[in-house]
Design a protein around this ligand. Structure first.
Ligand SMILES: Cc1cc2nc3c(=O)[nH]c(=O)nc-3n(C[C@H](O)[C@H](O)[C@H](O)COP(=O)(O)OP(=O)(O)OC[C@H]3O[C@@H](n4cnc5c(N)ncnc54)[C@H](O)[C@@H]3O)c2cc1C
Length: 383
C-alpha cells in the first residue's frame, strides 16, 4: 500500500518503531490494561532508542525531525497496543507549546530530560465545567510579588500523577473585555507544595495511560514560569492543538490498522461452512472497506503533518484528519471485533481492547463535533 513518498529515513523510523513495539508490547499489554499502569521500564527503553523528542531541535536533545516522523511512531505504537502507545508518546505532551512560545531558559530546563526519559510532561487545560469551551477555565493565577499563585482543579489530565512538569492553562486577566484574552499558560513543577494528583481509574480504554484529577492549592511558581505573552493562552493553545491533533489522528490510524491486522489474520484461519471466512465475499467486502478507510485516514494525516513540517498550518485539514482518523479507528475496530464473532468479545483475542481503546480519539484534544465545526468554518466562513 501507499508509502506517501516517505523518505528512506522516515521508513527507517517507522520500521524501528514497529520493531520496538512488536518486541516489547505484546507480553505487557494485557496486564497493563488490567493494572491500569504502564510498566516503568518501557520509558527509558523508548528514550534510549530515540523515540522521545523526535520533533525537538537537537539543541534540546531531540532528533530535529518533524511531526510526520512523530506520527509514524505514534501510529506504529498504537498499531501494536494503544494503551502502551499512548503512555510512551504522551511523555512530551505540552512540550509543543514550550517549543512555540517558551523562553530559552524554560526550554533548556525542561526539554532535555524529556528526551532521555528522565522526566515526564503534561498539559492541563480541562476542568469540570470547561471541556470543549476552554474560555470557561476558572483555575486562577495571581501575581504576588515575583511569583504566580495558582488555585483550581483540573480534570482528565494525562500524566497527572507521573509528570514532573505541567503546562497549566489558567485565568490571569478575568476583567479583559475579550473572552479570548483572559487566560495564560504557566509552567508548573509538580513537586511544588500544594500540587496534588489523584489517578482516575476505570477508564473505558487506554487504561495503561495515566489520567488524573489535579488540584492546585496555593501553588507558587516564579513569575518567569509564564509561557509567552500574558493573556494570549487561548491563541497559544489553538496553535498547540494544530500540532498535537496530528499525532492524535495518527493514533486513530494505528488502532484501526492494528485491528485490521488482527481481523485479516482471523478470517484466514477461521473456517465455517467448510472454508475460511476470508473466502466469503461478504467478509472480503468488509476487509476491503476497512483497509480503504485506514488508507484514506493515513493519507489525510500524513499530508496534514507534512504540511505543518513544511511551515503551513491548515487547521481545516488538521481537523479533517483528526475527525476522520478517529472515526476510522472506531468503525474499523467495531468491524474487526464483529469478524472475530464471539471470540472478539474475549480479552484473550485483544481485539476487544482495541475496540475500547479507539473511542478516545473521538474525544480528547477536540471532540469530533468540535473538529467538524472547524472544518465547516473553513468552508463556510463565519455564519
Ligand atoms: C483519557 C482522557 C485523557 C485526557 N487528557 C487530557 C489532558 O491531558 N489535558 C486536558 O486538558 N484534557 C484532557 N482530556 C479532556 C478532553 O480533552 C475533554 O474530555 C474533551 O475536550 C471534551 O470535553 P468534555 O469532556 O468536558 O465534554 P463536553 O465539552 O461537555 O462535551 C460533551 C459533548 O457535547 C459536544 N459539544 C460540546 N460543545 C459543542 C458544540 N458547540 N457543538 C456541538 N457539540 C458540542 C461534545 O462534542 C461532546 O460530544 C482527556 C480526556 C480523557 C477522557
Amino acid at each position: 500500500m501507499s508509502q506517501f513518498d516517505l523518505t528512506p529515513e522516515q521508513k527507517d523510523i517507522r520500521n524501528a518503531a514497529r520493531e520496538f513495539a512488536r518486541g516489547e508490547f505484546p507480553d505487557r499489554a494485557r496486564e497493563a490494561d488490567v493494572t491500569q499502569r504502564c510498566p516503568r521500564e518501557l520509558y527509558p527503553m523508548a528514550a534510549d532508542l530515540g523515540f522521545q523528542g523526535l520533533f525537538f531541535p537537537e539543541a534540546y536533545g531531540g532528533a530535529g525531525l518533524g511531526y510526520l516522523e512523530f506520527c509514524l511512531v505514534s501510529e506504529e505504537f498504537w498499531r501494536v497496543d494503544p494503551g502502551l502507545g499512548q503512555s510512551l508518546t504522551s511523555i512530551t505532551f505540552g512540550a509543543d507549546l514550550l517549543l512555540l512560545y517558551g523562553t530559552e531558559e524554560q526550554k533548556q530546563r525542561t526539554l532535555p530530560p524529556l528526551c532521555t526519559g528522565k522526566a515526564i510532561m503534561g498539559a492541563a487545560i480541562t476542568e469540570a465545567d470547561a471541556g470543549s469551551d476552554i474560555t470557561e477555565v476558572r483555575t486562577t493565577a495571581v501575581l504576588d510579588g515575583d511569583e504566580w499563585v495558582l488555585n483550581g482543579t483540573k480534570m482528565f489530565i494525562t500524566n497527572g500523577t507521573l509528570a514532573d512538569f505541567l503546562i497549566v492553562y489558567c485565568l490571569t486577566d478575568p476583567d479583559a473585555p475579550a473572552r479570548h484574552q483572559r487566560h495564560s499558560c504557566i509552567l508548573v513543577e509538580t513537586d511544588r507544595p500544594g500540587y496534588a494528583a489523584t489517578k482516575l481509574l476505570g477508564k473505558l480504554g487506554i487504561r495503561a495511560s495515566d489520567t488524573a484529577e489535579v488540584v492546585l492549592d496555593q501553588v507558587r511558581v516564579p513569575a518567569g514560569n509564564l509561557i509567552g505573552t500574558r493573556g494570549q493562552g487561548f491563541q497559544q493553545f489553538m496553535e498547540f492543538f494544530n500540532r498535537t491533533r496530528l499525532h492524535v489522528a495518527a493514533q486513530g490510524v494505528g488502532v484501526a490498522q492494528g485491528a485490521l491486522d488482527k481481523a485479516s489474520r482471523h478470517v484466514k484461519n477461521r473456517e465455517q461452512f467448510g472454508r475460511p471466512l476470508a473466502a466469503l465475499q461478504g467478509v472480503q467486502f468488509k476487509i476491503a472497506e476497512m483497509a480503504t478507510r485506514v488508507e484514506a485516514a493515513r493519507g489525510l494525516v500524513y499530508r496534514a503533518a507534512a504540511q505543518v513540517d513544511a511551515g503551513t498550518i491548515d487547521h481545516g485539514l488538521i481537523a479533517m484528519a483528526k475527525w476522520f482518523a478517529g472515526e476510522t479507528g472506531v468503525r474499523v475496530t467495531d468491524e474487526a471485533l464483529q469478524l472475530h464473532g464471539g471470540y472478539g468479545y474475549l480479552a484473550e483475542y485483544d481485539v476487544e481492547r482495541f475496540y475500547r481503546d479507539a473511542k478516545i480519539v473521538e474525544l480528547y484534544e477536540g471532540t469530533k463535533e468540535v473538529e467538524k465545526q472547524i472544518v465547516a468554518r473553513c468552508i463556510l466562513g463565519k455564519v
